[in-house]
Design a binder for this molecule. Structure first.
Ligand code: CP
Length: 309
């Protein structure tokens, strides 16, 4: 019996506040052990399989680094075309196969709901590493961890989620996860890329104040945390629509003159052009610190779902 109610991590809204606190505290402890140079064997004898049917740098490598830091082993499929999915094998059959090889599964897949489908096919823990435009819950937990490190407290903050918030699974998960806290949201996007109504309605139903805007400047002015996202070319059916929107929200250094003094800039990465590189040395630019936080959070999740924490 794990300390979490579910052995799978499929959605950010599956967690109670107590579970979120446990994950954050476990990650803090692992980060302290890493900082102290300690070598862990928490996961010795266990194998993680990472199945990535869409590109990834941070999520796959930080999961694999996390497993290795915990003393476990890793096997991987880094692209669908190098697996039997390219021959027409179903996700169900792939999952039934890898359960003979591994103890925990991390899956990125283009289809919304794929992680749930995988979890239904196996008793092994399945962690959703992004299911298309659906959810990316482990990213949201590392985002929360980052906010707590940068600001100490989440309550009282205004978070502006901006860019392609229609298609970015990261912001869908983050909005739902942070609905456990006393925050305000600004959802800022071009009209065609607005936050899905279902997410807006659920956040408002949790008692959170939401302002919707088509203006990046408004988001910058109001935010304690400005969360940028890339316009997700792979989610557009019409290439011309992508071309018309790809430069809609670009953050330049001079646009930060009106920002609050303690502004934190976040981005799940990869970025394309939406944050100009001269922003990188802005003191609140936390996006590379954010990506590094993926390791302790994913150590915590791997250890908790396998009952090794
Ligand atoms: N943030 C994130 O999911 O990055 P990758 O696509 O590189 O995994």
């Amino acid at each position: 019996m794990t300390k979490l109610r579910s052995g799978d991590v499929l959605r950010s809204d599956q967690f109670t506040k107590e579970e979120i606190d446990l994950i954050i505290e476990t990650a803090r402890q692992y980060e302290a052990t890493l900082d102290a140079g300690e070598v862990l064997d928490t996961m010795r004898g266990l194998v993680l399989v990472t199945l990535f049917y869409e590109p990834s740098t941070r999520t796959r490598l930080s999961f694999e680094a996390a497993m290795l830091r915990l003393g476990g082993g890793v096997i991987t499929v880094a692209e669908a075309k190098s697996s039997s999915a390219a021959k027409g094998e179903s996700l169900h059959d792939t999952i039934k196969t890898v359960e003979g090889y591994a103890d925990v599964i991390v899956l990125r897949h283009p289809q919304i709901g794929a992680a749930k489908e995988a979890a239904d096919a196996t008793n092994l823990p399945v962690l959703n590493a992004g299911d298309g435009a659906g959810q990316h819950p482990t990213q949201s937990l590392l985002d929360l961890y980052t906010i707590l490190k940068e600001h100490e407290n989440v309550d009282g903050l205004t978070l502006a989620l901006t860019g392609d918030i229609k298609n970015a699974s990261t912001v869908h998960s983050l909005a739902l996860l942070l609905s456990n806290y006393d925050v305000e949201f600004v959802f800022a996007a071009p009209d065609a890329l607005r936050m899905p109504t279902e997410i807006v309605d659920r956040v408002r139903a949790a008692g959170i104040k939401v302002t919707e805007s088509t203006d990046l400047a408004t988001a910058i002015r109001k935010a304690d945390v400005l969360y940028m996202t890339r316009i997700q070319r792979e989610r557009f059916e019409d290439p011309d629509e992508y071309e018309s929107l790809k430069d809609a929200f670009i953050l330049r250094r001079e646009m930060l003159f009106d920002a609050k003094s303690n502004l934190t800039l976040m981005h799940p990465l990869p970025r394309v052009n939406e944050i100009v590189t001269d922003v990188d040395d802005y003191p609140g630019a936390a996006y590379f610190r954010q990506s590094a936080n993926g390791v302790p959070i994913r150590m915590a999740l791997l250890a908790l779902v396998t009952d090794r924490a």
